[in-house]
Design a binder for this molecule. Structure first.
Ligand SMILES: Nc1ncnc2c1ncn2[C@@H]1O[C@H](COP(=O)(O)OP(=O)(O)OP(=O)(O)O)[C@@H](O)[C@H]1O
Length: 344
């Protein structure tokens, strides 16, 4: 725990419907090269809440900070990553945990209350060990069951997820990518956690297997009434599975709201571009690409980080940082000209 972090105001989870409250979270990659400090501001002042029993999506282009944000939530911080400020509080079944104030409680909550499906996790199954060993190694000690009862519980869980219990005897290389990903989800959910964080769980899969894995996540979430944070840059996946959606740009939130409202009526010019660039069958119009590149997070632009690429930026945008305000679409948006930009 860092001192700077403890100085930040502690926001306890006040609303019992909230499963997660993040307040003013800042997490940077800090490198010292020969006395010269370089900071990459991957997560820069993010506040949000996730409700119980909802699927909350996080979208944004590559390097916008999605993975850094969820690593910070999960307490999965390794140098050079450092939490600079802010708080992260979970509410597991009425039991609040301050992630950086109570690291021991947080360690104990992993697997049992919180599971994290990391990017590329289908490749983490040990290639020289049968699948059943992964369940034993990771989940067994959190369930407090004897060997026979544990095996029974795992088989019942697999059956509920329409997976043949025989896969426990297989080696990972004998299974398809889609099957390995389904198994990873089964492994992450066998302890029936209240909160699941999934980072790009469908990205490497073909469209049909992707649908299958999305249906599986939705089924698990509905059955366990769990909260899910679902990260992907693929907007069509968000449209298919998430209840609410946050759009990240250059380490900050640009917009957040009910997924349908974001798609129907995006308020931030960046969101409008993301939605407007989605292909639609029968629409032959040429789409304008967004000018420029995402900024380097070691030296981000002043004011709104999107202003150098924004088609409707005004002077104020380069000088002042826009804060998240209630939006006309029923969510929140950080833009001085919210709702003014429409894709033709
Ligand atoms: N270990 C690290 N050391 C230094 N910088 C890092 C490290 N990991 C990530 N970064 C930087 O942090 C920023 C955010 O990266 P992050 O992986 O969180 O983005 P992302 O939105 O998840 O991208 P992607 O969709 O490509 O996974 C990027 O500028 C990246 O280069």
């Amino acid at each position: 725990m860092q001192n700077s972090l403890r100085k930040a105001p502690l926001t306890l989870v006040e609303n019992s419907r909230d499963a997660l409250t993040i307040d003013g979270l800042k997490c940077y990659y800090v490198n010292d090269y020969f006395g010269v400090r370089r900071e990459i501001r991957a997560v820069d002042d993010i506040s949000l809440t996730v409700s119980k029993n909802e699927i909350y999506g996080i979208a944004g282009e590559s390097s916008s900070g999605k993975t850094s944000l969820i690593k910070t939530l999960a307490g999965a911080i390794r140098p050079p990553m450092r939490v600079i400020g802010g708080t992260v509080n979970f509410n597991f079944d009425g039991k609040p945990i301050d992630v950086y104030g109570e690291p021991q409680k947080m360690r104990a909550a992993r697997w049992r209350h919180l599971s994290y499906i990391m990017q590329g996790s289908m490749n983490v199954l040990n290639p020289v060990r049968r699948v059943k060993h992964a369940f034993n190694d990771f989940a067994s000690r959190h369930m407090g069951l004897d060997q026979a009862a544990f095996r029974q519980r795992v088989e019942a869980h697999l059956a509920r997820l329409h997976l043949d219990p025989h896969v426990l005897e297989a080696f990972p290389h004998q299974l398809s990518g889609g099957m390995r990903q389904r198994l990873t989800i089964a492994l992450a959910t066998v302890c029936e956690p209240e909160f699941i964080i999934a980072d790009e769980p469908t990205t490497a899969l073909d469209v049909l297997v992707q649908q299958d894995v999305l249906a599986l996540i939705k089924e698990v979430q509905t059955r366990m009434q769990a909260s899910v944070i679902f990260v992907t840059h693929d907007m069509s996946v968000h449209a298919a599975i998430t209840d609410r959606l946050a759009i990240m740009y250059a380490g900050r939130l640009a917009e957040e709201g009910p997924t349908q409202a974001i798609f129907d009526n995006p308020q931030h010019p960046y969101t409008a571009h993301l939605i407007g660039s989605l292909p639609r069958i029968g629409d032959t119009r040429t789409r304008k690409s967004l000018q420029g590149k995402p900024p380097a997070l070691s030296n981000p632009p002043s004011g709104c980080r999107f202003h150098p690429r924004c088609p409707i930026a005004i002077d104020r945008c380069s000088k002042e940082v826009p804060v998240m305000q209630p939006s006309a679409a029923g969510g929140r948006v950080a833009c001085f000209r919210a709702g003014e930009y429409k894709i033709q």
